[in-house]
Design a protein around this ligand. Structure first.
Ligand SMILES: NC(=O)C1=CN([C@@H]2O[C@H](COP(=O)(O)OP(=O)(O)OC[C@H]3O[C@@H](n4cnc5c(N)ncnc54)[C@H](O)[C@@H]3O)[C@@H](O)[C@H]2O)C=CC1
Ligand SMILES: O=C(O)[C@@H]1CCC=N1
Length: 275
């Protein structure tokens, strides 16, 4: 029998995980989701009528082997504290997908000495192409590690880290990363329009270029630097454009952006940890 999973919070990320698990063959009856928002519960039931859905977090937790915390970081403490008694009785694996909330704080709010996996997925999980970093605390058994991995694997690739502080770097790179890529697509599109392309054409070319380049980089034997060289003919057009990007400081600018995101993740965790 598949382990029973309770989702606390049934928004975008929880829905994508539930969808991925069901596609992977998990019976909907082994999953339960809670959310105080009736519309969110309705969404779930329309899509998966056999899913167990409730407004009550405590009810969702009943008999769960895994408790997935899929709520916003800001409400984590107020959601966890009232669940501590039941969690301490049942002792499920705790799996958090929240940005900037440390495992030790989640463990403390839920009464302590629990197996906690903290993860950082990203929104491409909504289409099954997520990238997730995970860390586990010392209470997590190897079987629970595999279980956490199989849940996140249902929506994309996973990578384990030994050190929880590195999860802030993962948040900066792949957690926030889709937004940098969307900004890049917007900028490509705007630049194409500047050069006279019709907006729809510029949008389509920008999007397909980013998609095609990512697909090629995933499938090719060469790394991104080598693939870039292949596009860049000596004395050609790409060489001119790349020179402008390098001279304009694209690499140090991205390094600075990621460092700011990482610092912010640490700040948020410090703030929330004081609750
Ligand atoms: N959006 C993103 O790019 C990423 C988000 N995350 C994390 O995933 C978590 C969920 O994010 P989303 O699904 O995007 O948010 P969302 O806003 O779509 O979902 C959160 C859900 O929690 C529900 N909720 C609020 N109070 C609750 C309570 N007391 N008990 C139970 N449920 C409650 C809300 O009604 C909502 O449906 C967040 O912690 C976020 O940091 C992680 C990686 C990427
Ligand atoms: O912007 C944020 O804080 C969250 C974390 C990763 C993506 N979105």
């Amino acid at each position: 029998m598949k382990p029973r999973i309770a989702f606390i919070g049934s928004g975008n990320m929880a829905r994508s995980l539930i969808g991925g698990l069901i596609v992977d063959g998990w019976p909907a009856s082994s999953l339960c989701a809670s959310d105080p928002d009736a519309q969110q519960r309705q969404h779930l039931l329309e899509r998966w009528p056999e899913l167990r859905v409730t407004a009550n977090n405590e009810t969702a937790l009943d008999q769960a082997d895994v408790l997935v915390l899929a709520i916003k970081p800001q409400v984590m403490a107020e959601v966890c504290l009232p669940l501590a008694k039941t969690v301490q009785k049942n002792r499920p694996l705790i799996l958090s997908i929240a940005a900037g909330v440390r495992s030790a704080d989640i463990d403390r709010w839920l009464g302590g000495q629990l197996a906690v996996v903290r993860s950082m997925p990203n929104t491409p999980a909504l289409v099954g192409s997520g990238a997730t970093g995970l860390v586990r605390n010392t209470q997590v058994t190897d079987a629970q590690r595999d279980l956490a991995e199989s849940i996140l694997r249902a929506v994309g690739m996973t990578v384990w880290l030994d050190d929880e502080t590195l999860l802030d770097a993962v948040t900066a790179l792949s957690g926030s990363g889709p937004a940098y890529v969307f900004l890049f697509i917007e900028a490509l599109q705007e630049a194409g329009i500047e050069l006279g392309l019709p907006p729809e054409t510029a949008a389509l070319l920008a999007l397909e270029t980013v998609f095609g380049a990512a697909k090629l980089a995933l499938e090719a034997d060469e790394d991104a630097g080598q693939l870039r060289q292949r596009v860049t003919s000596p004395g050609g057009t790409t060489e001119r454009a790349i020179a402008v990007l390098e001279k304009g400081g694209l690499r140090p600018l991205l390094a600075k952006a990621l460092a700011s995101a990482k610092d912010r993740a640490g700040e948020l965790a410090d703030q929330l940890g004081r609750q």
